[in-house]
Ligand binder design. Structure first.
Ligand SMILES: Nc1ncnc2c1ncn2[C@@H]1O[C@H](C[S@+](CC[C@H]([NH3+])C(=O)[O-])CC(=O)[O-])[C@@H](O)[C@H]1O
Ligand SMILES: O=C(O)C(=O)Cc1ccccc1
Length: 247
């Protein structure tokens, strides 16, 4: 399990292909996400802390769009509730395969971790079990907009009283000046993390048709439409935020 530096967009490409969670991305993903998402390590660790507050005995905790299982590992580090288990779901076979390897490595290093199951599936086709925590860490932005409300409504229906959804997303901003400032600052963050102008431009173009961020207001309205009773932002760094939605 070698973790390589992300150089995917370092050389000029005649035509930049749409971004995909394939083998090439899997190899560099831990480096890519840390250098691209301001606050990522803080968000991941604290999802574990939040989860310990909402987890209820003998219920599953979902990690939807689990990638290499960073959130799943944080849930297993922090949640001590009896009979809980983690269900990690991702539709990229490359991600799922490597995620299972990382989780076996975590099993070998620590005792008494929550049991975990890694499922290769589309979260839009998932039959949710009654659960106390659902984490979607930067996954909803990749789900087609027309399916988002129905997915959140199914999550809301599955959540037990006292449970929570933790939703992290890249944000867009309705005010053009605010949007430009935070976009520029995000580019400065990437530059400070060693990405070149070419890498930044080519990745932006690769994500254009694939990732569709919404505003905080759109998230709030959609979550309330899906049946959640309260939306509590708990983290924002530049144009990346995380919300707690209560059933
Ligand atoms: N419909 C879908 N069904 C299942 N998986 C999906 C779907 N659409 C996208 N994915 C998966 O969602 C993940 C999004 S990355 C999450 C990071 C992780 N949560 C982390 O905290 O490290 C976010 C990012 O890279 O910005 C990818 O692994 C996709 O395969
Ligand atoms: O890199 C970006 O601009 C992002 O918005 C975040 C991201 C991180 C990792 C994969 C895809 C998108």
């Amino acid at each position: 399990m070698t973790e390589s530096p992300d150089r995917i967009y370092a050389t000029p490409q005649a035509q930049v292909a749409d971004f995909a969670f394939n083998e090439d991305v899997v190899k560099v993903f831990p480096d890519m996400i840390k250098r691209s998402v301001p606050g990522y390590p803080t968000i991941v660790e604290n999802i574990g802390v939040l989860a310990a507050r909402f987890a209820q005995p003998n219920t599953p905790l979902y990690d939807l769009g689990s990638s290499l299982g960073a959130v799943t590992q944080a849930l297993r580090r922090h949640v001590r509730t009896d009979g809980c288990r983690v269900i990690a779901v991702d539709n990229s076979s490359a991600m799922v395969e490597r995620c299972r390897e990382y989780l076996h490595a975590q099993d070998a290093m620590f005792q008494e971790l929550l049991p975990v199951e890694v499922v290769e599936a589309d979260i839009l086709a998932l039959d949710f079990q009654p659960c106390s925590l659902v984490a979607m860490n930067f996954t909803l932005q990749f789900v087609p907009r027309e399916h988002r409300t129905a997915l959140l409504a199914r999550i809301r229906q599955a959540l037990l009283p006292g449970g929570a959804l933790v939703l992290s997303e890249k944000l867009r901003f309705e005010d053009a000046e605010e949007h430009q400032l935070l976009t520029d600052l995000h580019i400065a963050f990437k530059r400070a993390n060693g990405y070149s102008e070419l890498e930044i431009a080519q990745k932006r173009s690769a994500l254009e048709n694939v990732m569709h961020p919404d505003s905080l207001d759109e998230h709030r309205r959609r979550l309330l439409d899906a049946g959640f009773s309260k939306v509590v932002p708990w983290f924002q760094c530049l144009n990346f935020a995380s919300l707690i939605a209560l059933p």
